[in-house]
Design a protein around this ligand. Structure first.
Ligand code: SAM
Ligand code: SF4
Length: 356
């Protein structure tokens, strides 16, 4: 099938989906077609294929990750993020180790077997402090996975945290296109350093999560194509994909947000390219559409991340505006999610949910 033929004819979309699925690869014109088509049955076909692939690896199980947003301090100034250091309008907080452990206990009671410790890049958390925290969680919850999402650190720091008991690390690559990276970040931040961190984490034996926002300013089909190529070659164990959401007090406050539709298509495409990946239906997706997470599962995602942070802090951890689940206690979150997942024909399970 020639590229020009692909681009001309919507009836070929299903053939493209089959082809991408068979090859586990995608060409730029194919991506362009899958993102542009407005042929609803074809888009449904894409999602159905992605579900089939996800189920062939993980069955109809959806894993939970309990998210603890333990510090909103950040030394970086990413152009898209509400936690950027130049945002003086944001109250900053740090949770104590005791409060964090309490969040883990509540999460454990509700069936979480993975804790994700996320923060801005907060220099207060020296290796010593963070290793002590990880060690305490490891000692109290030996059957749980500990995931860190605390940004770029030196390789030796990643090594110490791994030795202290961390199993996984989420560090979205944000964009695999160097030029686009420069649009999203101030000049003091480095594309090469981000990529080096991902390789260091992999070398040290972490299960690694990459990922990117959809619809971020300056993103094109070509930059998305680079993201997909990167995911295909790096094969991260996890991949966080969520819509960019325009946020107050950031340089991108007036930019249009990403869309649920495009995010769902990309979730499905990623599932076809990397069948084993652990793919969250993100809170950002749920923030743009009340059924965003259900739609994410139906598009091939297999992870949800309920928030275990204390209610007062969830509001303060304002990465983006309009974040959902700000006032619900974890028992309520758990039963709400369970119902939502069941409504999609899937089952929320009590398990670490490691990469298969
Ligand atoms: N500081 C760590 C880091 O940057 O890796 C972890 C926390 S950071 C808030 C987690 C992710 O939030 C980022 O990787 C980014 O993709 C996402 N994010 C930040 N601002 C966002 C926005 N306005 N809309 C959607 N996602 C956003
Ligand atoms: Fe800080 Fe992470 Fe937000 Fe960048 S994305 S400003 S590193 S919290």
């Amino acid at each position: 099938m020639s590229d020009s033929h692909i681009l001309r004819n919507d009836a070929d979309v299903r053939a493209v989906v089959d082809n991408v699925c068979e090859r586990g690869d995608i060409a730029l014109p194919e991506l362009d077609l899958l993102l542009r088509t407005d042929d609803r049955p074809s888009v449904e076909y894409l999602h159905a294929k992605a579900r089939e692939v996800a189920q062939s690896v993980y069955g109809k199980q959806v894993y939970m990750r309990g998210l603890i947003e333990f510090s909103s301090h950040c030394r970086n100034n990413c152009n898209y993020c509400g936690l950027r250091r130049a945002n003086r309008g944001l109250p900053r907080y740090r949770l104590t180790d005791e409060v964090i452990l309490q969040c883990c206990r509540q999460g454990y009671e509700c069936g979480m077997r993975t804790f994700v410790l996320q923060s801005g890049e907060d220099a207060y958390y020296t290796d010593e402090r963070l290793c002590r925290l990880v060690g305490r969680i490891r000692a109290e919850f030996p059957d749980c996975a500990i995931t860190l999402s605390v940004g770029e650190r030196p390789r030796e720091s990643y090594r110490a945290l791994r030795d202290a008991g961390a199993d996984r690390y989420l560090l979205r690559h944000e964009t695999a296109d160097r030029h686009h990276y420069g649009v999203l970040h101030p000049g003091e931040m480095s594309f090469d350093r981000r990529m080096q961190c991902l390789h260091d984490l992999r070398d040290l034996g972490y299960q690694v999560g990459a990922g990117f926002m959809t619809g971020s300013p300056g993103q094109t089909t070509a930059t998305l194509f680079s993201d997909l190529q990167f995911i295909k070659s790096f094969k991260p164990e996890m991949c966080g994909i969520g819509p960019f959401i325009a946020t107050r007090n950031t340089p991108f406050a007036q930019e249009p947000s990403g869309t649920v539709e495009m995010t769902l298509r990309l979730l499905s495409i990623i599932r076809l390219l990397h069948p084993h990946v652990l793919l969250p239906a993100t809170t950002a997706l749920g923030s743009l559409n009340p059924f965003g997470r259900e739609l994410g599962i139906k598009a091939g995602a297999n992870v949800v991340m309920p928030n275990l942070s204390p209610e007062v802090n969830r509001r303060q951890y304002n990465i983006y505006d309009g974040k959902i689940c700000l006032g619900d206690d974890i028992t309520h979150c758990r039963s709400c999610l369970e119902q939502r997942i069941r409504s999609t024909g899937y089952e929320l399970v009590v398990a670490r949910g490691d990469f298969k």
